[in-house]
Write a protein that binds this ligand. Sequence first.
Ligand code: FES
Ligand SMILES: [Fe+2]
Length: 435
Amino acid sequence: MKTGADYDWDHLIQERRVHRDVYTDPDLFEIEMRRIWGGVWTYLCHESEIPEKNSFKRVTMGKRDLIVTRDKEGVIRALYNRCAHRASTVCQEHSGKSATFVCPYHGWSYGVKGNLIGVPMPEGYGEDFDKSLLGLRQVPRVESFKGFVFATVNHAMPSLIDYLGIAGDVLTDFINRAPNGKLELGAGAWRNTYTGNWKLAWDNAADMYHVPFAHRSLVEMTLARSADKDAGASYARKPDAANIDSWSFEGGHTYLYHRPGMGPSIFERARPAPGTEIWANQLRKNIGDAEAEELLERVPGQGMNLNIFPNLMILASQVQVIDPITVDKTQLTWYATSLADAPDEANVIRMRIAEDFPNFGEVDDLEMFRRCWDGLQMDEVEWLDCSRGAHLSLKDTIDERGAIKASGTNEHTVRGYLGAYKQYMQQDAGAKTAV
Ligand code: FES
Ligand SMILES: [Fe+2]
């Protein structure tokens, strides 16, 4: 099996271009599944998806099929969904509540801590059969950041908070938009699988360059329907000068901030969604105009894209997760988020607005990923260009927190994450063990 040391990284990832093999090589994908997925802190789920004791959610971390559980003391674990007997998966559900996981093959049963509770017909084993050695293995490091649960099998990684760095501060801003900082996932998800490598989605996550072209119909529709014809117009007509900033943070995280270009009210700026007026009026009637207006401003999300390498993306009010399946197949899941301490009327509107981009925008991106994948199949054409803005000195744009900031259409976000990726793929990922 190849390792990161078998590749010439300085050739594959250069300052202004990247080789197609980084997207298409199946051996390289296998290395990513160890050095990136689980090699760095990888997002698993939100605590609100496993709210009670014995709640569980099944997730993937690269090729690992994991059951994230909560025990009665509230401790969250990531158990390998793999029986200690002959390796069958023991949990077949996406989520639920259960005190035990019973293997369908020979009936071994496990608790939410992964402990082996019992085996059928135990008299068939000798006295040296030690149940304590035959539990479900678990990912050694699981940490939460304000409700967002991450894991790594890499003991050499810094703490989660250090890994997130400035991205953690931005994530905090996102969370604090919810009344009392209480955000919930669990209002449903939209899943899609595309033909293409996972990095096509990651490249796209902080790319404002494509928006006026790939999302032309959406941009024009927004302009046509907006009462404020200037809002967004500069972006549609002069994208480089638009009031949108992009950041590259250490570690491969990226960030787009659209809020300054969105006019005085985010709520007013949202594209029309079915039922909004009725629910907004109901809300005003129930809690009063002033409070309703304040809350409605929090409903659509913030006008931001925060991308926490390698798989968590926050888009406005939503959480999107990348799950690579094979080198040429990727699953994207969009989770709606709810404001835990807000009336239902507000969350209904939030849900309707959240449905907007997946339906009217994501379809464009998915089509682009597929077309890029088609283009990448021609192996004698080797390079992808990511040089936009590379001629500019970004030294002057490093903000006080050490993050690189530029216009939304500058491809420094692609160059930035590829630099981090290159390091992760070369580093000795430390002792990777399940416990
Ligand atoms: S494989 Fe699980 S009990 Fe046999
Ligand atoms: Fe897009």
